[in-house]
Unconditional design. Structure first.
Length: 269
């Protein structure tokens, strides 16, 4: 019992995803994972899960004339508290990006093998395509969980993937483990104050930096004041010279600048 308490105490001090991040750091990036960020920094706003509260974020974005990213899981669409396909089609028609968040919202590291993961991805992508949401090119890992084998498995189906690992993505990053900054909900021990977020944006103003905000508008801690704060941060980013772009728009800018290297191939959805 005493040893078990020691192990539990140590485990609480280990940062989330420590094993996966250590694996990436020790083994290095493979060619398909390398991504150089565009010279012009940009802010990307990503909402996870596709819940009805995302509509409040859509309103903020539309009021500023900018576009965001909304990550959805087919098994959750239309359930109580979640967006319907009709609502998602409207969001997409307004110019926002729909990203893939797993078919069932299960962690990608929980699948028995690569084949079962890829089959689940293909099934979910077909369902989104059949409902008029196209074939999303951006993946948002459920719970942020990924590994070296997972990144290899999804690289043929998506142009890039985002985790929950904290970071600004300065100059270079892992195309299939792009970092994010929690906003509103799940901020943990981060300061998460307006001045702190503004400081991160100011740091990115020097160029070649890609901050991506991770939003869970229905999550604990996110309230209407955060929607107002989001609007102010968008204004501040634009004042500091950062574009506010979706993932696909920012990668397109990188491609035009010839900075991304060879784009990953994709499997039809």
């Amino acid at each position: 019992m005493f040893i078990q308490r020691i192990v539990q105490a140590i485990a609480k001090r280990v940062p989330p995803h420590a094993k996966d991040r250590a694996e990436e750091a020790l083994l290095g990036l493979r060619d398909f994972e390398r991504l150089a960020t565009p010279a012009q920094s940009a802010l990307t706003i990503i909402c996870d899960d596709g819940e009805l509260k995302d509509l409040d974020v859509v309103e903020v974005l539309e009021s500023r004339g900018v576009k965001g990213v909304f990550a959805v899981s087919p098994d959750l669409i239309g359930r109580p508290g979640f967006l319907s396909y009709e609502q998602l089609r409207s969001i997409r028609a307004a110019g926002h990006e729909i990203a893939f968040h797993g078919t069932t919202h299960d962690a990608f590291t929980s699948f028995a093998n690569t084949r079962s993961l890829q089959e689940a991805v293909r099934d979910g992508m077909r369902r989104l395509h059949a409902e008029g949401l196209g074939a999303p090119s951006t993946l948002i890992y459920p719970f942020g969980r990924n590994s070296r084998s997972v990144r290899q498995a999804v690289s043929g189906s998506f142009d890039c993937a985002f985790t929950t690992w904290f970071g600004l993505n300065e100059k270079r990053c892992n195309r299939y483990a792009i970092r994010r900054i929690p906003f509103g909900a799940y901020t943990g021990k981060l300061p998460a104050t307006e001045s702190w977020y503004r400081g991160l944006i100011d740091r990115c103003a020097a160029g070649a930096c890609w901050p991506a905000l991770m939003l869970h508008p229905s999550g604990p801690g996110h309230d209407p004041s955060h929607d107002e704060l989001l609007g102010r941060l968008i204004d501040h980013a634009r004042e500091r010279g950062l574009a506010v772009r979706s993932v696909t728009a920012h990668l397109a800018a990188a491609t035009q600048a010839g900075q991304t290297g060879q784009a990953a191939g994709r499997v039809p959805g």
